[in-house]
Design a protein around this ligand. Structure first.
Ligand SMILES: N=CN[C@@H](CCC(=O)O)C(=O)O
Length: 339
C-alpha cells in the first residue's frame, strides 16, 4: 500500500505511458483484480457510431513554458485504469458507464502541432489533425480530446465544429484569456475568433488575477467575451456560472453547438501541479469535476478538450493526471445524464 494510492491494493507501477510520465502518473497495471470491480479505460477503437470517443492530441511544441504535454494522453489512459466506470447519475441512479454508453478510444494523432512536417502542398500537422478530428467527430456524440497543451484547442474545435464554427459557442475553463498574439498555447481563443467564432458566444470561466494582463483583459472586453473571474467564483456556485455560460454559448439557437476547452490550470496549483501555469487559489478539483459533468450533460456540447497537463512534471504523485482521468469519467457521466 502506498500513500498516493486511490485503492488500498494499488501498488505504484505502470504500463502505457512513457517511462517518466508513467512513473509520475503512478499507473495501475498491477492493480489487484476483483471480478466484481472492473477497472475502466480499456476502450475499443471506434467502429461505427459511438457516444464518446477519446483521442490524444499531444500538442506541445509551441508552448510558452517548456512542456512535454505530448506524454499526457498515454498517462491519462494509464490513470483511468485505477478507476471504475461506476457512477451515480441524477435521474438514472447507480450505473456502470461502460454498460450505458458506447465508449471508444481512437488513440493518438501523430505530431498535431502547427507548423510540423508540412507536406509538399504545405499541409502541416495541425491541418492533418483537423481533418482526422472532423472524421471522428462525425461518428460520435461527444469528441473528447486529451491534450496536449492548450494549442490543441484550435484543431479540436475546428475539426469538431467545421463550418459550423460561425454559429457555435465556446466555453473555456482556464486561468488565462488565451488571446495572445502569435501561435502558442496562449492564443487558441484569438485564433478561433479569427477563424469565424463569434466572440459574443465565448464565455471564459476562472480567469485569474496576476496571471493575465490589462491589455488582454481589455481585448476580451472589447470583443464582447463574457468573463467570469476566479474571484467572482469565490462568492458564486460553479453550477450557476456554468448555467449562464451554456445559455450564452448556446444562444445562437437550439441547434447551436458548443466546444468546451478545459485547461486544467484553472485549478488550484495544489491539485494541478502538472500544469506549468496553474496558480495558488484556483478552482478546486471538485468544482471542476462538477462543471465538466454539467457541461457534458448538455446535448449542445459536442466536443471537449482537456489541456495543459505535462505528465512528466506532475510531481509528487501524478495527481493532475489523475484529475484528468476523473474528468474523462465526469464527461461520460454527464453524457449518461442527457435526457
Ligand atoms: N492556456 C494557457 N495560457 C498560458 C500559458 C502560459 C505558459 O505556458 O506558461 C498563458 O497564456 O499565459
Amino acid at each position: 500500500m502506498t500513500s498516493e494510492s486511490d485503492h488500498p491494493s494499488a501498488p505504484a507501477d505502470d504500463a502505457g505511458a512513457t517511462a517518466t510520465a508513467a512513473a509520475v502518473a503512478g499507473g495501475a497495471a498491477l492493480l489487484a483484480h476483483d471480478p466484481l470491480w472492473p477497472r475502466t479505460g480499456s476502450w475499443p477503437v471506434p467502429e461505427g457510431d459511438t457516444d464518446l470517443t477519446l483521442v490524444g492530441v499531444g500538442t506541445h511544441r509551441t508552448s510558452l513554458s517548456r512542456s512535454r504535454a505530448d506524454t499526457t494522453p498515454a498517462a491519462i489512459r494509464a490513470a483511468l485504469r485505477r478507476y471504475s466506470a461506476f457512477a451515480t447519475v441524477p435521474g438514472r441512479g447507480a450505473v456502470d458507464l461502460e454498460h450505458e454508453l458506447q465508449l471508444a478510444d481512437a488513440g493518438d494523432l501523430a505530431a498535431p502541432d502547427h507548423g510540423v512536417d508540412p507536406d509538399a502542398e504545405g499541409v502541416d500537422g495541425e491541418q492533418r489533425a483537423i481533418a482526422a478530428l472532423a472524421a471522428l467527430a462525425r461518428r460520435t456524440r461527444l469528441l473528447l480530446a486529451l491534450g496536449g497543451d492548450n494549442a490543441a484547442t484550435v484543431p479540436v474545435a475546428l475539426g469538431a465544429l467545421g463550418d459550423g464554427i460561425v454559429g457555435a459557442g465556446l466555453i473555456t475553463f482556464d486561468a488565462h484569456h488565451d488571446l495572445r498574439e502569435g501561435i502558442s498555447n496562449g492564443s487558441p481563443v484569438r485564433r478561433l475568433i479569427e477563424a469565424g467564432l463569434d466572440p459574443r458566444r465565448v464565455v471564459q470561466i476562472g480567469i485569474a488575477d496576476f496571471a493575465n494582463s490589462l491589455e488582454y483583459s481589455r481585448r476580451a472586453r472589447d470583443l464582447g467575451i463574457t468573463v467570469i473571474t476566479r474571484d467572482e467564483l469565490l462568492d458564486r456556485p460553479i453550477a450557476d456560472a456554468v448555467a449562464e455560460a451554456l445559455e450564452i454559448a448556446g444562444g445562437a439557437g437550439p441547434t447551436a453547438r458548443i466546444h468546451v476547452d478545459v485547461d486544467v490550470d484553472v485549478c488550484d496549483r495544489s491539485v494541478a501541479p502538472g500544469c506549468p501555469a496553474s496558480v495558488p487559489g484556483g478552482l478546486s478539483a471538485a468544482e471542476l469535476r462538477r462543471a465538466v459533468r454539467t457541461v457534458a450533460a448538455d446535448a449542445r456540447v459536442t466536443s471537449l478538450d482537456l489541456t495543459e497537463i505535462d505528465a512528466t512534471a506532475d510531481t509528487p504523485d501524478g495527481r493532475t493526471v489523475r484529475l484528468a482521468a476523473q474528468l474523462v469519467l465526469e464527461s461520460a457521466a454527464g453524457l449518461a445524464a442527457r435526457p
